[in-house]
Design a protein around this ligand. Structure first.
Ligand SMILES: Cc1cc2nc3c(=O)[nH]c(=O)nc-3n(C[C@H](O)[C@H](O)[C@H](O)COP(=O)(O)OP(=O)(O)OC[C@H]3O[C@@H](n4cnc5c(N)ncnc54)[C@H](O)[C@@H]3O)c2cc1C
Length: 406
């Protein structure tokens, strides 16, 4: 059978491998490369939405450890509203979660080469030469599941979506802790000219209690890391938290762009190497779902003995996850674009959306199913009260903050 190299053993790489195996691919045909030794740290809030929780459960059952939340709260200077999910949402320390996923791959008989950083992939004899420090090997197929800074995409000039900037650290409440069954999404950064949001998530670190992760996402990558760190500490202080980590760490995030290419003959990108949710930066659920899609497409190509996957990108955009990422991208363009203050007012003043969010009958990330109803009810609101102004929403930080925004 054809040989397949999966570069990256995070959620996307593990999902591809496990789904390929489920479809009958021989474990001996797969090799997973990861530069890290698992369990490895991964800067991440570790929060899954309900649909991510379902996708994970379906893949390996409920991983050990972790925590649970039951809803989201969206808030900013304009107010707050709950976003209820259909069921519980799991929350993990990523080192522990990714380790359990990868162990399922190893347990199924796949060779996983840890501490093996792939340095390039090059076309070779109708396949690909995968190069790492100390060796090379030819594979028929390569799956780039190597995340935001992936080497596979860079090697073959498939650049995935655009890149944002995030920072995060571990904090503890000074006095009373907030409700730890809620994930808090705070859009105040927009008032300070930062196109993104900040989060407060409980952090279920194995063996410890009372920890939280606070951070901020700049969905356009225009704010300096220094400002993001300064903002996060000030945000933490306002919300009654004290930082425990000596430093606030930073990591980029690659977002889904419907125009980005993710396939060459014998090679596909998946997970964050291709791009994740541009609005909230949710990446675990997309990585699991993109992995499922990539595996199905790859299996069909292997069965047919072809190196091209017809409409790999368009086919994904037509899936539920693909539609969701496109929808989230459109919202991100509004909320993080030139009219961000107006669209934040729309978001926090949109009665039908708030109703929908509070019902607990929709999974977050499935709002695209209601696009027309949402647009219709927004139009009715505009007819009644006019278009919300783009007047600056009060800043929480005072005079701003250097960004490199134009
Ligand atoms: C600060 C921050 C907070 C976040 N919070 C959340 C959250 O709460 N919920 C959520 O759903 N998402 C969150 N995300 C996004 C989420 O972490 C990622 O989108 C998700 O991990 C993507 O999974 P992946 O498998 O595609 O990539 P990754 O998890 O990045 O895995 C890629 C793997 O490839 C390996 N690799 C990379 N380069 C090479 C190489 N050259 N050779 C071999 N191996 C290589 C890496 O070691 C890694 O194991 C957050 C991201 C950041 C930065």
């Amino acid at each position: 059978m054809a040989s397949v190299a999966i570069v990256g053993g995070g959620p996307a790489g593990s999902s591809v491998a496990l789904h390929l195996l489920r479809q009958g691919v021989d474990p001996a045909d797969l090799v997973v490369f990861d530069k890290a030794k698992f369990p490895r740290p991964k800067l991440c809030g570790g929060a899954l939405t309900w649909r991510g929780t379902r996708a994970l459960e379906e893949l390996i059952g409920r991983p050990a450890g972790g925590g649970r939340t039951i809803s989201l709260e969206f808030r900013c200077a304009l107010g707050r509203f709950p976003v209820r999910e259909r069921g519980e949402q799991w929350l993990y320390d990523r080192a522990a979660l990714d380790d359990q996923l990868l162990r399922a791959v190893i347990g199924a008989g796949v060779e996983v080469r840890q501490e093996t950083a792939v340095t390039s992939v090059e076309g070779l004899d109708g396949g690909w030469r995968v190069r790492w420090r100390g060796g090379t090997q030819r594979f028929d197929w390569v799956v780039g599941a190597d995340g935001a800074r992936g080497v596979v995409g860079r090697s073959v000039e498939l650049h995935g979506g655009f890149v944002g900037r995030l920072v995060e650290a571990v904090y503890t409440p000074v006095d009373e802790a907030p409700d730890d069954s809620v994930l808090y999404f705070d859009f105040d950064p927009i008032g300070d000219g930062i196109p993104g949001y900040a989060w407060i998530f409980p952090y279920p670190k194995p063996g410890e209690r009372g920890l939280w992760k606070l951070g901020i996402m700049d969905g356009r990558g225009v704010t300096t890391g220094r400002v993001l760190r300064q903002w996060t500490d000030a945000f933490a202080e306002r919300n009654g938290f004290r930082r425990l980590d000596a430093k606030i760490a930073g990591w980029p995030e690659r977002y889904f762009d419907p125009r980005a290419r993710a396939h060459l003959p014998g090679l596909i990108l998946t997970g964050e190497a291709w791009g994740v949710d541009p609005l909230l930066g949710e990446g675990i659920a997309p990585a699991l779902e993109m992995g499922r899609y990539a595996a199905a497409q790859l299996k069909r190509a292997l069965d047919q003995g072809v190196r091209r996957i017809e409409a790999y990108e368009a086919g994904f955009r037509a899936t539920e996850e693909g539609k969701n990422l496109v929808f989230q991208g459109r919202l991100a363009k509004l909320l993080y674009g030139k009219g961000s203050h107006r669209w934040l007012r729309v978001l926090f003043g949109h009665e039908y959306m708030k109703e929908l969010a509070a019902q607990g009958t929709q999974a977050y990330g499935r709002l695209q199913q209601h696009t027309w109803k949402l647009a219709g009810s927004y139009l009715r609101q505009v007819l009644r009260g006019g278009i919300p102004p783009n007047r600056p929403i009060p800043s929480t930080m005072g005079p701003q903050l250097e960004t490199s925004a134009p």
